[in-house]
Design a protein around this ligand. Sequence first.
Ligand code: GDP
Ligand code: MG
Length: 293
Amino acid sequence: MAHKSGFVNIIGNPNVGKSTLMNALVGERLSIITSKAQTTRHRIMGIVNSDDFQIVYSDTPGVLKPSYKLQESMMKFVMSALEDADVILYITDTHETPNKHEEFLETLRKQKAPIVLVINKVDLTNQPALEEMVDVWKNLLPAASIIPASALHGFNLDTILNAILANLPEGPEYFDKDTLTDRTLRFFTSEIIREKVFTTYQKEIPYSVEVDIEEYVESDKIDRIRALLYVTRESQKAIIIGHQGKSLKKVGTEARIEMEKFLGKKVFLELFVKVDPNWRNDENKLKRFGYIQ
Ligand code: GDP
Ligand code: MG
């Protein structure tokens, strides 16, 4: 059998389960997941290798209408993921009304790459409702292969994999076969901290935070990491730190435990908070954080 390979880009509205699905397909927790929209800010690759194929998945931020520069960059990641896809994995879920983002569906219909449409979170619905939904989607995206699944419960992942392989072109390996991702340890540790920020604080706070790994010193037994949390206002800094430093301590402890699991060794983690009113619109900062090339 000829070797197959290609870029399978995961696209869809916020919160439908894109990151959960990529992690499930890759078998590693590469992309952070929370119940809040817009958790994923970058395009993150996860690679699945076998003797016969190499699938390079990209998880992307949700489709959105940008209102600040950071979101413009997030949307650029989405559009570039459409352009270079060999297979588009479009994710919706059983909550979403299919006509939401009709404009984006129009863009989707114009793409040359084959589309595998996953209706995720089938654990939250029943058979008749699901069948109705499949019909609606057949009309909206007639060319797509439609697969009901549950990323969270691992239901129908093999069907998704088979649909991808059926659409994947023949080609060489793009990365060494032992490669899992294009991202560095530094990146994953900053993402782990960001996830804990999302799960610890309410409302708009997580959206105002960026994490900068200022220092990362690796050794055999322990990695020493110093991270700076940027916020946009003094009042947010107080909330991030919390009464007697309790909230920041919680973030630090939870992030450290997660990092130790991910890295398989001890971690010494220090967190500091800094106010920068304009980081989400500051080109230099956005470059430093990897949102602009
Ligand atoms: P993204 O914004 O599209 O990347 O979505 P996430 O992967 O961050 O998931 C958003 C929320 O949906 C999280 O709370 C997930 O646990 C949840 N979720 C993802 N897949 C499923 C699923 O198959 N069933 C259910 N019930 N929840 C899911
Ligand atoms: Mg995500």
